[in-house]
Structures are given as structure tokens and as C-alpha cells.
Design a protein around this ligand. Sequence first.
Ligand SMILES: C[S@@+](CC[C@H](N)C(=O)[O-])C[C@H]1O[C@@H](n2cnc3c(N)ncnc32)[C@H](O)[C@@H]1O
Length: 208
Amino acid sequence: MIHKLLPAQINVLLVILGLTGCAQWNYQDLSDPSRDVWQKPQGVVEKLSIARGARVADLGAGGGYFTWHLAKAVGARGTVYAVDTKESSINMIIKEMVARGTPNVRPVRAEPHDPRLPEPVDLVFSCDGYHDMNDRVDYFRSLASSLRPGGRVAILDFHPRGFFSSMFVHRTAKEEVRREMEAAGYQLLNDYDVVDSQHFQVFAKAER
Ligand SMILES: C[S@@+](CC[C@H](N)C(=O)[O-])C[C@H]1O[C@@H](n2cnc3c(N)ncnc32)[C@H](O)[C@@H]1O
């Protein structure tokens, strides 16, 4: 239901939820197919040119909205780690895995400061989770050791547009993401414009 709203209406809803202390995402709503209209998940995943057989971490996977698109991209020989700190997210991923019969997805219950990835990956993908993370420079600096050679980090987050968004809602500006990622030892590879309401940047470890 939430994702049937326009991004501006979501802003207002988030402010109300935040002010009433009940800012709890409903993973069912996040996974509503009507979200595809503005989120354009296929367009986002296509830009990443993910190789068949790749290992991908969906960091802050939530209800798995992007997880299933990423699982399709890596194919049967690849693996998508659906990483989240919340038990409710992991439970929904497991339920969906069973319903969809998707063998190449592995849920990972993370700690706020540690994604607990079982092996290095080719791509860390994060949509709408970056702003939730603490100590991001330290977090992404240590995450570099979980990237395979040539590994990338793709980050999408909402633009902090408008009064409500900048005053009350915790979102991260594109320039802030870039500054923090550079401080964490990465360089910008791509800056895509696929989703009107979100910035979409891809990083790799900076060459020394
Ligand atoms: C708004 S949801 C987005 C879910 C999904 N990526 C999507 O686009 O529908 C953000 C998710 O990030 C998770 N999260 C926040 N901090 C995290 C962290 N440090 N490590 C892993 N997941 C985290 C939250 O539990 C939540 O499920």
C-alpha cells in the first residue's frame, strides 16, 4: 500500500510515523508490485550488468523486493545473500524463498556493524538502507575486505527533497554518500539516473 503513494506522499507519511514513534516499515508493503512503477527494479538491475554466477549481497534486504530481481540476474549458479539486521526481514525472506522456490538466495542475519557475509562478494547492493546505518565510513571501510577483486558497491537512497524530507526524514544526499564512500576508501564508478526520487551510485575500491 505504501508504495502506491507518490514519493512526496511517502515523505508526509514518514514524518507522521516518525513523529508518532512508529516508523516501522511494513515489508509486505515494500514488496508490493505496484512499487515497480516508480522504483523500476529491472532498469536498476540492468545497469549493474551482473554476471551469471556472481555473488551479490542485498544489504538491508527488507522484505526482499530487490533480492528476487538480483537472484534472477545471478542465475542458478550464483548466490544472493539477503542481509538484514531484523528478524522480521529474515523470516519474510525465508517464507518467500519457500513460496518462490528460489534456491540461490541465502538469508543472513546481520549485526548493525557487521554484515556477517559468509564469503566475499562481487557486488554489495543497498536500496533505501544507507540512511539507516551508523558509522558508515567505518562500516564501508571494513566492508571492503568482503569484496572480491573488481567488486562493487551500489547505493540507492531517496533524495532529501522538500521541507518535510529535509527537516524530519532521515535520508542521505547523493553528495554525502559520495563523500563518505570516498572517505571509506572507494571511488565513484557510475552515477545513474534511473529512479526520479532516488540517487543511484556505484563505487569500487579506490586504486592506490
Ligand atoms: C527501508 S528498508 C529497505 C528494504 C529493501 N532494500 C527495499 O528497498 O525494499 C531498510 C532495511 O535496512 C535494514 N538495515 C538497517 N540497518 C542495517 C544494517 N546495518 N545492516 C543490515 N541491514 C540494515 C533495516 O532492517 C530494513 O529492513
